[in-house]
Design a binder for this molecule. Structure first.
Ligand code: SF4
Length: 100
């Protein structure tokens, strides 16, 4: 059995360090679309007046500063509802115009 030199161990560790963040990013994006939808009857959602379909075409979750989902996705993440997804066409009282 061949033992690894110190240089080989460090090179392997460096490669692993580069791969881990990429794996986490991929997992994060995959999880965002698989997250349960926010229930508008949930206490926080209700307090914020969250709805799956905004009544104002200019104020939508997907143009809100707190929306982190993909622009074209039907559902995405919002920093106010960790672990849940909001409808891209939704809205709540915390809506803030997304900066360009
Ligand atoms: S803060 Fe409200 S409007 Fe903005 S993305 Fe979240 S749920 Fe939608």
């Amino acid at each position: 059995m061949k033992t690894m030199t110190r240089r080989e161990v460090l090179r392997l560790a460096g490669g692993a360090t580069a791969i881990i963040p990429l794996a986490m990013l991929t997992t994060h994006q995959a999880v965002a679309t698989d997250m349960p939808q926010v229930d508008p009857e949930d206490a926080t959602a209700k307090a914020l007046g969250y709805v799956h379909a905004s009544e104002n075409a200019e104020q939508l979750c997907n143009n809100c500063q707190l929306y982190t989902g993909e622009a074209e996705a039907e559902w995405g993440q919002c920093t106010i509802f960790p672990g849940k997804s909001v409808n891209a066409q939704g809205w709540c009282k915390s809506w803030v115009k997304k900066m360009a």
